[in-house]
Design a protein around this ligand. Structure first.
Ligand code: 8YV
Length: 325
């Protein structure tokens, strides 16, 4: 019997490719190959399954052009690159990679928060530029982490991981807002108090965004929300770029803590990534990283393994391990 045909839309670990090759007739893209529009359709048209990442968009046009397609296994916990309703309508299963990246991503959220609040990136650039000649009492003086109020918008697994790190590791007071409230046991484990969105914005010294991206969360942080935040506040986004109105954020960062804006931001995700709004590059009080929150070697391997296992399980048994629809 012939093997199912699978497209690996982005280059991944060679050992995962080798594993997939045992089960599938595999086509693997090169790291720099464009995987959008007609290019993706050309590759996917004759495939039964796809190994995708967050930058590979599976929408109605792709689904209509690829009638053989049965499953798209995303190597990501987020799946806003999938039009899940359209996939369901076309009988295409979507899968993601929850749990395996929770701790690594929460670690990174915390690292980005600390780099931003304590101005680590900005001060490193200063040192490398040969500008450090003397001590100064206010040189790169930032905001404290310990004892401050940590606000979390989106309290799923990663949000809970960040809350635990903040409360147990740094003695932070944790407040959160989410579509649904955690049960009492989990609130107590995270030492987190549920508050309304306005209170969250007004009270947090540091606000971390960890909610999924959807029509509802598009620009959920815009000019009005930034205006509610403390002028000394730090904003960190490790969720999806579209959650924040980047133009409004640039304005708030330009104003800074003295001018009625906010003190600083740490961004791992961007509205038009991998293109970054050039205005952001001109603002000193923002730390910018290229969507690497889940990028530890063991975690990226575990994500790839789970996405591969979803494909294998589906074609062997008809059931995936972490299905979305
Ligand atoms: C991925 C992510 O690196 O899991 C997610 O939702 O954003 C990241 O871990 C990215 O989406 C590539 O698939």
């Amino acid at each position: 019997m012939s093997k199912p045909r699978v497209l690996v839309a982005r280059a991944i670990f060679p050992e995962i490719i080798a594993k997939l090759e045992q089960h599938f007739d595999l086509e693997t893209n090169q790291p720099d190959e464009d995987m959008s529009g007609t290019r993706l359709i050309d590759k996917l048209r004759d495939k039964d399954g796809a190994f995708t990442t967050g930058s590979v968009r599976i929408d109605k046009t792709v689904l209509q052009a690829c009638p053989r397609l049965k499953i798209c296994a995303n190597m990501a916990v987020g799946y806003n690159n999938f039009d899940l309703d359209a996939m369901t309508a076309h009988g295409v299963l979507g899968t993601n990679t929850p749990d395996v990246l929770t701790d690594t991503t929460a670690d990174f959220g915390f690292a980005l928060l600390m780099a931003t609040a304590r101005r680590i990136a900005e001060s490193e650039h200063y040192l490398r530029a040969g500008k450090w000649h003397k001590w100064a009492y206010d040189m790169f003086a930032g905001a404290d982490i310990h004892g401050s109020t940590l606000g979390i918008l989106g309290m799923g697994r990663i949000g809970q991981g960040i809350a635990k790190r903040g409360a147990h590791g740094f003695g932070m007071k944790v407040i959160y807002h989410n579509r649904s409230r955690l049960d009492a046991a989990m609130e107590s484990e995270c030492k987190a108090r549920y508050v309304g969105k306005e209170e969250l914005l007004k009270t947090a010294d540091h606000l971390v965004l960890v909610l999924p991206y959807s029509k509802e969360s598009h620009h959920i942080i815009g000019a009005a929300e930034l205006a509610l935040m403390k002028p000394t506040a730090t904003l960190v986004n490790i969720a999806r770029g579209g959650i924040v109105d980047e133009n409004a954020l640039v304005q708030a960062l330009r104003k800074g803590s003295q001018g009625g804006g906010i003190a600083a931001a740490g961004l791992d995700v961007f509205e038009g990534e991998p293109k970054v709004n050039p205005e952001l590059l001109t603002v000193p009080n923002v730390v910018l990283t290229p969507h690497i929150a889940s990028a530890s070697v063991p975690t990226r391997r575990a994500m790839a393994e789970l996405a591969a296992d979803n494909l294998i399980a589906y074609f062997q048994t008809g059931k995936a391990i972490t299905p979305l629809n």
